[in-house]
Every structure is written in C-alpha cells, then in structure tokens.
Design a binder for this molecule. Sequence first.
Ligand SMILES: Nc1ncnc2c1ncn2[C@@H]1O[C@H](COP(=O)(O)OP(=O)(O)OP(=O)(O)O)[C@@H](O)[C@H]1O
Length: 269
Amino acid sequence: MKAIDPQYTADSKYALEVRNVDIYYSAFRAVKNCSFGMERNKITALIGPSGCGKSTVLRSLNRMNDLIAGARTEGEVLYRGQNLYDPDIDAVQVRRSIGMVFQKANPFPKSIYDNIAYGPRVNGWKGSKAEMDELVERALRGAVLWDEVKDDLKKSGLAISGGQQQRLCIARALAVEPEVILMDEPCSALDPISTLKIEELMFELRQRYSIVIVTHNMQQAARASDNTVFFLMDKEDRAGQIVEYGPTEQIFQSPKDERTEQYISGRFG
Ligand SMILES: Nc1ncnc2c1ncn2[C@@H]1O[C@H](COP(=O)(O)OP(=O)(O)OP(=O)(O)O)[C@@H](O)[C@H]1O
C-alpha cells in the first residue's frame, strides 16, 4: 500500500480536487462529469435538491463509498498530489486525513473521554496518560465543548444533548488530526441555537482545516460557507451533475445559471 506523502508541500490552492468524476451504484450512474476544487482553509458547501448526489460526492472525497456494496467511482479525486482512487492508496489512511461528521451524531457508547481517545488508540497511540489527557482536552476545546464537559469526562457520550453530541463527534474527528473535515448535514437534527454553535465552530475550524459541508439549508450555505457548488439531477438519466460553482456570495447574489437562481430563491427543490 502506498502511504499518502506526509512531507508533501502543496502548491495547489485546493485541499481536494475532483476531476471528471462519475459515481455508480451498480449499474446506476448517480453522479456524472463532476469537476471542482475545494480551497484550503475554506468552507465549501454542496447544495441542491434531494437525490442530486451531494452525499454521494461527499462520500467519494474520503473513499467512504468503498464501504457501500456496488458503489464505484471513476475519475480522480486529488489530495496531496495523488489520486485517492489509485489502486495502491490505503483507504483507511485516507479516512484518517479526511475525517467525516454525519447527519446524526453517532458517539460511541463510551465515556466522553474514550470517544476522543478511541481514534488515536486505534492508530497505535504510544504516548503517556498525561499526553492523552492533553490531546482529549485539545480536541474538546477545538470543538468548543471543553467548558461544558470538562467535569464530566467519564459521563457517557450518549448522555449529553444532541448539539453537544454533534460537537463531540467533531472533537472525535479532530483527535486524529485530519486535514480536511467532511460534514454531511451536521445540523439537520439540531435546534437553531445548536446549529449556530456548529456554524461558529466551523468558522473557527477553518483556520486549521478545510471543510466541505452538505446542507439542505439555503440560509446555512449562504451564511456559513465561502464557496458553493450547486448540483441538480439530469431529468433524462437521473444522474446528478454540477450546474454551477463559485464564491458563495456570487452564487447567491448573482448566479449565472437560471436554474441556480430558481433553486436558491426556493422555486423548486
Ligand atoms: N447506497 C445506495 N445505493 C444505491 N443508490 C443510492 C445509494 N445512496 C444513494 N443512492 C442514489 O444515488 C442518488 C444520489 O443520492 P444522494 O443521497 O447522494 O443524494 P443527495 O443529494 O445527498 O440527497 P439528499 O439531499 O436527499 O440526502 C439517488 O438517486 C439515490 O437514490
């Protein structure tokens, strides 16, 4: 297995770049002709109506689709100068560098502390207990959860609020020190206050990580992303494709394609 080069110094402005990607579920082509770049230290939002392939594209960015029987990706996803789909790339290592947070918070049925420590331990953590304590604190601080749970680290990760659970999942993703964080509708199960907290957190995280988020929520995409990619399903073959992408402000204020304008003004989808 080829390791992703840790010494690679990127000259690309993109943390990840999708080139001519088609994604199939068995014989069905769910996404076609997809090409776009995700800028470093920016938040890229993937938007579009239900079924247009946003989650499928997101999962292709860290080879999560490999876990779905029958799923196949054609084309290139470039990360650190390498195509993640080259046959000799280790998908497990890819998922370590490109972490993921899901729609529904999914803490392990373990203590808050062990939720965070889990990833580093699985990766062969060799440090001391004090160093692990530091790592746990750093990850929880990174996810702006530390102050709320610092006296309850032994409490179950399932015994905190939904918004806190989602931040715990973000902290868990941070603990393995990824470079990119993928978020699949991370706020869809949260109340407006918890949603705002996650959005504020995304702005904080952007300083150190590159973020890609799938969202159904137009306001969220408009206020909480730097760049936006708009997908739509081709009526003929039902494959999702990109209609338009660019800086979020431009997509929302002066879209070039009429279909984008219709979608963001709520006229379909
Ligand atoms: N595991 C799967 N097996 C087969 N087909 C799938 C699978 N997951 C998604 N699809 C199909 O791929 C297409 C794109 O689905 P996807 O979930 O990526 O869209 P989406 O834009 O994220 O939708 P939503 O906003 O509803 O989550 C749809 O036609 C869907 O039915």
